[in-house]
Design a protein around this ligand. Structure first.
Ligand code: SAH
Length: 359
């Protein structure tokens, strides 16, 4: 048993079963034993890897898309250039290098990183030496200014609650203890859930749906700032339009495992429900426009990843060239990250569509 498993079991023994969200929150953010609080989980030596860690092309292309949207909106200065959950700071470093020659962009940008993990803040400081970013714990601390914000694999790390359809109501999936005192999943009593009323139309008995309450105020803060002052939110994650099914997953050392097996020592994520993100944004700021939900592979192709890959390939050979070709495929191919990962943009309705999206 991990120290956190003992802590969670003690709490359940005293208070009864807890929601999947409460379990995820403790696993990921517990101040002493939380997964993100205590380590840098990224890269080949860590538990999982992400698009910016696979290739510099990802951050470069997203950066140029952001800079083009900034130019299209009249190059407001100063503006906030923010990232949610920046990991090792690799995406932001690649973005800043690629946009360095966009006149006025770097000078006008105030870099703000929204990050809870002390371990990852230290990594980000190393990656961004010379750029003097500010760190904040939550989006509530974002300045009132034009906001250009990126979130890659951030929303999948937020805690979700799960509900199983039961007649005209729902039973919440919970974490409890079996007779031997080991963590186990169970179901709470059936009842109505107001936030799921609209799902009674498209689900059947036994179906599981997920709700990410933590995402709603985050989208609200971002949406109101972009609607009031201009800007763009670029959200990249794995998931789909509207959640269906149990998508909670644990990964440790690049291998999937039971989400209850190693609390605090495995990464826990759930697919992102982009419809819920878009609804939360437009509920807070009705005049905000949203892009089509676009597969990552299609998005990167439209931004010119293949030309960029060919340009970089010219100075590579041998194993480095093989790795570069594999990275291009990994980011874009439908059998790899190209289709599972999606991109959504939120922007003021009078602004032009950001690069990489079509009407
Ligand atoms: N975007 C990075 C890292 C993804 S991992 C990349 O693509 O490589 C998830 C990131 O979100 C980590 O930096 C983690 O510490 C951060 N994070 C997770 N939950 C958070 C929360 N509630 N508030 C702020 N940051 C959070």
């Amino acid at each position: 048993m991990t120290p956190l498993a003992r802590h969670i079991a003690t709490r359940i023994a005293a208070e009864g079963p807890i929601s999947v969200a409460a379990y995820m929150e403790m696993c990921l953010q517990h101040p002493e034993h939380g997964y993100y609080t205590t380590r840098d989980p990224l890269g080949t030596g860590g538990d999982f890897t992400t698009a910016p860690e696979i290739s510099q092309m990802f951050g470069e292309l997203l950066g140029l898309a952001i800079a083009q949207a900034w130019l299209d909106q009249g190059a407001p200065a100063p503006f906030t250039l923010a990232e949610l959950g920046p990991g090792r700071g690799t995406l932001m470093a690649d973005l800043l290098r690629a946009t360095a020659r966009v006149p006025g962009f770097a000078k006008a940008a105030r870099i703000v990183l929204v990050e809870t993990s002390p371990a990852l803040r230290a990594r980000q400081a190393e990656s961004l030496t010379g750029h003097a970013p500010d760190w904040i714990d939550t989006v509530a601390g974002l300045p009132e200014a034009p906001l250009f914000v990126i979130a890659n694999e951030f929303f999948d790390a937020l805690p979700i609650r799960q509900y199983q359809r039961d007649g005209a109501g729902w039973r919440e999936r919970q974490v409890g203890l079996d007779d031997g005192g080991t963590l186990t999943f169970g179901l709470g009593p059936p009842g109505p859930v107001a936030a799921l009323d609209h799902r009674l139309e498209d689900t059947r008995d036994g179906d599981t749906v997920e709700l990410c309450a933590a995402a709603t105020p985050i989208l609200g803060s971002i949406a109101t700032r972009i609607a009031a002052n201009g800007g763009l939110a670029l959200i990249v994650d794995y998931g789909d339009w509207r959640s269906l099914g149990d998508t909670l997953q644990a990964v440790r050392a690049h291998t999937p495992e039971d989400p209850l097996a190693h609390p605090g020592d495995a990464d826990l994520t759930a697919h992102v429900d982009f419809e819920a993100l878009a609804r939360a944004a437009t509920a807070a700021a009705p005049c905000l426009a949203q892009s089509r939900l676009t597969p990552q592979g299609v998005f990167l192709e439209r931004l010119g990843i293949t030309s960029r890959a060919q340009a970089l390939a010219r100075s590579l050979s041998g194993p480095a060239l093989d790795a570069h070709i594999a990275a291009h495929r990994r980011l874009t191919h439908p059998d790899e990250m190209g289709t599972v990962f999606k991109t959504l943009a939120l922007f003021p309705d009078q602004a032009s569509l950001p690069p990489g999206f079509v009407p």
